[in-house]
Design a protein around this ligand. Sequence first.
Ligand SMILES: Cc1cc2nc3c(=O)[nH]c(=O)nc-3n(C[C@H](O)[C@H](O)[C@H](O)COP(=O)(O)OP(=O)(O)OC[C@H]3O[C@@H](n4cnc5c(N)ncnc54)[C@H](O)[C@@H]3O)c2cc1C
Ligand SMILES: *[C@@H]1O[C@H](CO)[C@@H](O)[C@H](O)[C@H]1NC(C)=O
Ligand SMILES: *[C@@H]1O[C@H](CO)[C@@H](O)[C@H](O)[C@H]1NC(C)=O
Ligand SMILES: *[C@@H]1O[C@H](CO)[C@@H](O)[C@H](O)[C@H]1NC(C)=O
Ligand SMILES: *[C@@H]1O[C@H](CO)[C@@H](O)[C@H](O)[C@H]1NC(C)=O
Ligand SMILES: *[C@@H]1O[C@H](CO)[C@@H](O)[C@H](O)[C@H]1NC(C)=O
Ligand SMILES: *[C@@H]1O[C@H](CO)[C@@H](O)[C@H](O)[C@H]1NC(C)=O
Length: 590
Amino acid sequence: MHYSNLLLLLVVPSALAKCKCTPGDHCWPSALKWEALNSTVHGHLIANEPLAKPCYTGDMERCQEISAEYLDSFTLEKSPIGYQYSAIDTCAPLNSSKPLAGQPMCDLGNAPVYSIDATEPGHVSAGIKFAKDNNVRLVIKSTGHDVRGRSQGYGSLSIWMRNMRPQLKFEKEYTSSNRSCRSDWTGSAITVGAGYVWNDVYSFAAKHGVIVVGGDDKSVGTVGGYMQGAGHGPASHAFGLATDQVLEYKVVLASGELVTANACQYKDLFTALRGGGGGTYGVVVSATIKAHPTRAVLQHKLEIIPGPGNQSLIIGTIAGIISKFPILSDEGFAGIGEFNKIEEQFSYTHDFGVLLEKNSTEEIEHAKEIMTKEVVDALRKYNGTKLSVKSQFHQYNTFQDYYASGSHYATAAKGVILISRFFDKRSMLHQEKKLTTMLKVLFGKLDSGVQSPASSLSLALIGGGEVLKSQPDTSVNPAWRRTYMIAEHVEIAPPESGMEGLRQVWGRATNKKLKAMKDVTPDMGTYLNEADPYDPDWKEAWYGDRYNDLKITKNKYDPDNIFWCWRCVGSEGWDEVKGANLWGPLCENK
Ligand SMILES: Cc1cc2nc3c(=O)[nH]c(=O)nc-3n(C[C@H](O)[C@H](O)[C@H](O)COP(=O)(O)OP(=O)(O)OC[C@H]3O[C@@H](n4cnc5c(N)ncnc54)[C@H](O)[C@@H]3O)c2cc1C
Ligand SMILES: *[C@@H]1O[C@H](CO)[C@@H](O)[C@H](O)[C@H]1NC(C)=O
Ligand SMILES: *[C@@H]1O[C@H](CO)[C@@H](O)[C@H](O)[C@H]1NC(C)=O
Ligand SMILES: *[C@@H]1O[C@H](CO)[C@@H](O)[C@H](O)[C@H]1NC(C)=O
Ligand SMILES: *[C@@H]1O[C@H](CO)[C@@H](O)[C@H](O)[C@H]1NC(C)=O
Ligand SMILES: *[C@@H]1O[C@H](CO)[C@@H](O)[C@H](O)[C@H]1NC(C)=O
Ligand SMILES: *[C@@H]1O[C@H](CO)[C@@H](O)[C@H](O)[C@H]1NC(C)=O
């Protein structure tokens, strides 16, 4: 489905409203001005074109090449307008075996018009100044993984951080760069530039025999939205959230100034950048993070496939397993479970690991015993008849060997609808009944409208342990400190169902499915980086009681609201004028 710019023209923003200039407006900067910006940033300004444009200009050879890698996360991450999880695609690659005639048009949609390929802080400052002086919307992008579209913006200039890659730096014993700012962290540390993804940093950490808290997926960005918004992964249970690991940030402020924020200086900014969300307070150019000695890992893999027929059994079985998650987590197990339904066929898998503290036989045997007793034994009576159950333990000598055993790679997807919720101990332990009810709603056909052909529930058991401990100078939603699991439910609107299909599947997801998750977790909330953008309770659900303090910091460092993203802290005064579209010019909403 494609949405032409014509739709935008139907919704002319009120003549009195103050809007950011968009292409076609008389206030849009002239070619000369863009040229001048380009020379300020040493030729690093890119005029963006939709990735699949060659498909629409008849270059079918290039079009086929683009089609082949169109959903590859690493390819997308290397493009200034590569976005992993966009809700809509305004320039889908065409298949060369189909004729071009009658094909819909192709445009940038909500991708930025220009991007600065920033390789030094000066490029960032120049972009900020240009956006301010010319009343152009500014966005910041690293990988484009954001599921809420925060790194996109119609008619915007983007500061693209992918190539800000100063050499990674390892310090065996961390010492603060400022002697009068003593840090109580004396372990190792790694300094990471904003252009790196976890794949890069995991390899670097492995060489030094240390563990960093990074994403489950290798292609996620490091110091951008991921770290500033909390950051969980295979090591968070053992060491805390990614944002808890940050010792120091280097940040370009809205004023253009490059500063160092840590527990001694710019402490309020440091606090906001540790959990208050990306794209809001400044542009982070690097972060220094804690690195922990590697550990041996005990892994448990479980796979359950039901036989044909009765869906109650598999749903009840999975509810039973989830109800044991807090016990497993307290024993040290962490990782991702997946409960999927593809064309009526359910399947469950999990890959959980214990990052062993002692690496002793006793520790290993105890963990195995807990998993077997709490989860596996109850499954055996159905094995071979109603369910097929595979359960395996493996041991790895290092964290790196364990991580390498999994694929940790997800392809990009368009039309994705994600909803999520934090689960604490209380909402899982002994809650089979409530969890069963919830799973029935998540996987049920709730009305006769357009349905997703597949739905997937990711059971991210990445909390518990060190995540439960509050840390000074952080601003994550306090509900994180009670969280054991984040449940994320993902559906795809069938592409042929168009905008109406998207609205139906999304409306049901927000109003019925997310509601069913909230019923089980009344006082929790969710992870702002993996949230349903349309959650009506977003402020409370994503920020808890931290919102007002964060807004004070936001106003202090960005009084002109140059860093704006929808439902980010301080975003209330502005809105995208969308009309029938999902994006549009950014205008003051008074
Ligand atoms: C396949 C996939 C797997 C994921 N796995 C995990 C996971 O295991 N754990 C987890 O916690 N999350 C995970 N996420 C969610 C992830 O945390 C968010 O998508 C996050 O926003 C990604 O940050 P990014 O910088 O890579 O993305 P972007 O889309 O580039 O940016 C996200 C936000 O951060 C801002 N931003 C980016 N760079 C900077 C910067 N240098 N300075 C200031 N602001 C910046 C942007 O403006 C935007 O607001 C996953 C997402 C996907 C799509
Ligand atoms: C910016 O300058 C570089 C180098 O001269 C050039 O290759 C690039 O096309 C220019 N960008 C724009 C948007 O004109
Ligand atoms: C293009 O269409 C042909 C025939 O329908 C199909 O076999 C092929 O896989 C398609 N290619 C792509 C890239 O979608
Ligand atoms: C060092 O930290 C102190 C606060 O502890 C601060 O006042 C000072 O400006 C910092 N010095 C530098 C060079 O950043
Ligand atoms: C854990 O123990 C095994 C077997 O004794 C050993 O080979 C491995 O190196 C140890 N791993 C760590 C991280 O200590
Ligand atoms: C399905 O399984 C459940 C739980 O095992 C059982 O109570 C129910 O009777 C079964 N339904 C059918 C139609 O077999
Ligand atoms: C289930 O049965 C299969 C086939 O007999 C067997 O290989 C597997 O180990 C059994 N699973 C469990 C958890 O016992």
